[in-house]
Design a protein around this ligand. Structure first.
Ligand SMILES: Cc1cc2nc3c(=O)[nH]c(=O)nc-3n(C[C@H](O)[C@H](O)[C@H](O)COP(=O)(O)O)c2cc1C
Length: 325
């Protein structure tokens, strides 16, 4: 067992966490990361496709149970599940929390969005069940870091603007946010997220004060990832300069180019509001179409700016080793 604090807390061998990826994770990817010594994390709609998509909280939670069970068949190592709770009228989180507890999942990546994102009652419920909490705020600040730690977070993720997915509104790069958050914690370790795709960036993350890495984009291009070969080839061919950045809800988003993305960028340039752009963007449906179906006419391909260091479709085990110092 590696003696890093992250490894001790999570019961893993290498301080490499695969960040949750809406629509893109499944048992195969997550188990591969955990079997390689890191921590895999099931994200929203794990294992689902358009055909099997469901919409009630109970059905969604039961679909997550199926994917958790499949993951348990593929690995005996710890793995996590993502929660994205909202402070009010959250119908989705309670049934998934029940499933997580019933299935004995050991780790939750708790994604916080905005004021009141840290819900003490939920932290208490997870802690009482012996679940380790990795807290990742979309907009990490010293204040919400301290609030999450006081509520019981075991690990904090400092995510920089270099990341893929929903981007932080303050637009601070990974180089700036990681030391800021590392200096804000009282007693818990920090993971760095955003633009970490190779050994150099992993080393930099540790040098900035992180005790481990939290990566998304580099796992999307792996052999075990369920995105189509055409999307993996696009990732390998591209670098951060190819990405298109535009404003939308809650603040910014970035994607590889395509018909829909060209239109969104044009709308933004012409002064459309974030709400107007978000409406045309179509939420996570666009992510599914772009990244699971390779349809960039109606969808988008969300990635971090570190993709220029991804040069091939490697196995998850190779990537986990690469990100381990
Ligand atoms: C396509 C995509 C979908 C994502 N979906 C989620 C999600 O559902 N929940 C979450 O907390 N983070 C999500 N993220 C963020 C990742 O967990 C991780 O923080 C990020 O990918 C790190 O930056 P990197 O892509 O540069 O490695 C997503 C990222 C990408 C690229």
């Amino acid at each position: 067992m590696n003696n890093s604090r992250i490894c001790q807390i999570l019961g893993i061998e290498k301080p490499v966490i695969q960040g949750p990826l809406s629509w893109l994770t499944d048992a195969r990817l997550v188990a591969a990361v955990s079997n390689a010594g890191g921590l895999g994390v099931l994200g929203p709609n794990a294992g689902l496709t358009a055909q099997t998509a469901v919409s009630t909280p109970h059905e969604t939670a039961e679909k997550m149970r199926e994917e958790i069970r499949k993951t348990k068949q593929l690995t005996e190592k710890p793995f996590g599940v993502n929660l994205i709770p909202t402070p009010e009228n959250d119908q989705w989180t309670p049934p998934i929390v029940r499933v997580i507890k019933e299935e004995g999942v050991k780790v939750v990546v708790y994604t916080g969005y905005g004021d009141g994102a840290v819900i003490p009652a939920l932290f208490n419920e997870l802690k009482a069940a012996g679940i380790t909490i990795i807290y990742r705020d979309i907009n990490p600040t010293p204040e919400n870091t301290r609030i999450a730690e006081a509520a019981g977070a075991d690990i904090i993720v400092a995510t920089g603007f270099d990341e893929g997915g929903t981007l932080p509104g303050k637009a601070l790069g990974t180089f700036s946010i990681v030391p800021l958050i590392a200096d804000s914690v009282v007693n818990v370790p920090v993971l760095a997220a955003g633009g970490i795709t190779d050994k150099r960036t992993a080393r930099a993350a540790h040098a900035l004060g992180a005790s481990g890495v939290f990566a998304g984009s580099v796992f999307i291009s792996t052999q075990e990832s369920r995105v189509p070969q055409s999307v993996k080839e696009k990732i390998i061919a591209a670098n951060g300069l190819d990405m298109v950045l535009f404003r939308t809800l809650p603040d910014y988003y970035r994607s590889l180019p395509g018909k829909l993305v060209g239109k969104l960028a044009q709308m933004d340039k012409a002064g459309a509001s974030k709400d107007e752009v978000a409406k045309v963007m179509g939420g996570l449906r666009g992510l599914r179409l772009g990244m699971l179906e390779g349809n960039t006419d109606e969808g988008y391909i969300s990635l971090g700016t570190g993709i220029g260091s991804i040069h091939g479709v490697h196995s998850v085990a190779q990537v986990v080793d690469e990100l381990t110092l």
